[in-house]
Write a protein that binds this ligand. Structure first.
Ligand SMILES: Cc1ncc(COP(=O)(O)O)c(C=O)c1O
Length: 387
């Protein structure tokens, strides 16, 4: 079966954050939005059909997650990531971001220090600060080839912290952390007795030539201090269905997370989210292979375009995710100037690097999960503005 990712889909008028809020977010209606992490590709037909079939039943009442739902997750991790998990370890949450907040509430107290690794997905900051915990920035090092972890700093910070929120793979800098890197992180966390919340929502989106290492799968000791967050939402474009899985093998940690979830009555979930996730995991392997190929071509195209036409922009080629981290530092613009130029002159809506915290200065994040024709137009608009 061939899946056509070139197909243009009109998203306007669907209350879609990416297209219907241009004016609100960028102050300009007529821009190409290339920011929020969802894709302009259609959710796979087999997933849509399963949702439609369920929707055709006339009652959408309270629903539980059945055996087949759990089996689909267990099999997906076994086949895609060689990670053996048990049904009991899997907890539903209404999203990975809610889960990060629930984990902070479950395992730390106000005033506790929590480490994040900016430039990083910005809800990591609010997950710490909104609960009066102390934010500790283990800012990544901008290397020649790619970003790296500052292990010396992490060692110092870990001795005074309760938790690390790890982004694995890393959004926005696109690293698929290597096993050796994660082993070093794990060693530090184990020695300093700190918990690791590993956000692995992008773990299926690892590009050809790279591999995802499940953090909890490094060893049984590491599993015992790890809370893993995952969802089908990024991989299969289901973000509107608010369904994710939190995987915790340590029974004590699992109970504490579950207690918080249940005390807030957030454990019921979304009927269509279950159907869609289960179908995606059961039937999505081939679709994902073709998706990753397409995204990789878009990445290749962007990298070559920049090298040829916009060599002043430094491109950090992603190892995972469909986001490309671009460094405009050579232009010497302030972050405000850069953002304005991108909107007003290039007519493009990208995320500003500074929204991802320290280390994001002078950078922007470009989402390339779109049909190639949109990408070509967008890059051409960028060339005209920045050449
Ligand atoms: C690293 C990371 N975690 C979580 C999310 C969002 O998760 P959810 O929609 O399940 O809350 C995103 C979305 O971009 C992300 O990049």
């Amino acid at each position: 079966m061939f899946y056509n990712f070139d197909h243009l889909i009109e998203r306007e008028g669907t209350s879609c954050i990416k297209y219907d809020l241009n004016e609100t977010i960028f102050g300009k209606k007529d821009i190409i939005p290339m920011w929020v992490a969802d894709m302009d590709f259609e959710t796979p037909t087999f997933v849509r059909n399963a949702v439609i079939e369920r929707a055709n039943h006339p009652i959408y009442g309270y629903t539980f997650r059945n055996e087949a739902y759990y089996e689909s997750i267990i099999n997906w991790f076994r086949n895609q990531h060689r990670w053996e998990i048990k049904k009991d370890w899997i907890i539903y949450a209404p999203g990975v971001v809610p889960a990060l907040n629930l984990a902070v509430q479950s395992y730390t107290k106000p005033g506790d220090a929590i480490i994040v690794q900016p430039p990083v997905y910005f809800p990591f900051f609010t997950a710490v600060k909104d609960h009066e915990r102390q934010l500790v920035n283990n800012t990544l090092i901008k290397g020649k080839e790619h970003y790296e972890i500052d292990f010396d700093l992490l060692e110092k910070q870990a001795s005074q912290s309760r938790m690390l929120i790890l982004c694995n793979p890393h959004n926005p800098v696109g690293r698929a952390w290597k096993k050796e890197e994660l082993e070093k992180v794990a060693d530090i966390c184990l020695r300093h007795n700190i918990l690791v919340v590993s956000d692995e929502i992008h773990n299926d989106l690892v590009l050809p030539g790279f591999k995802h290492q499940v953090f909890a799968d490094l060893s049984p000791d590491v599993a015992a201090i790890t809370i893993t967050a995952h969802a089908a939402s990024k991989t299969f474009n289901l973000a509107g269905l608010a369904t994710s899985s939190i995987i915790i093998s340590n029974p004590d940690l699992r109970k504490r997370f579950n207690d918080t979830l249940q005390h807030l009555h957030l454990n019921m979930g979304n009927l269509f989210g279950f159907v869609a996730s289960q179908t995606a995991f059961n039937e999505g392997k081939e679709w994902l292979i073709q998706l990753l190929k397409y995204i990789n071509h878009n990445v290749d195209f962007t990298v070559s375009f920049m090298e040829e036409k916009l060599p002043k922009i430094r491109v950090f080629r992603p190892e995972a995710t469909y986001m490309i981290w671009l460094d405009f530092g050579a232009y010497g613009f302030s972050d405000k100037e850069l953002k304005n130029k991108m909107i007003q002159e290039a007519g493009l809506g990208l995320n500003s690097g500074i929204d991802f915290g320290s280390g994001g200065e002078g950078c922007m994040r470009l989402n390339v999960a779109c049909p190639r024709s949109i990408l070509i137009d967008a890059l051409e608009q960028m060339r005209i503005a920045f050449e």
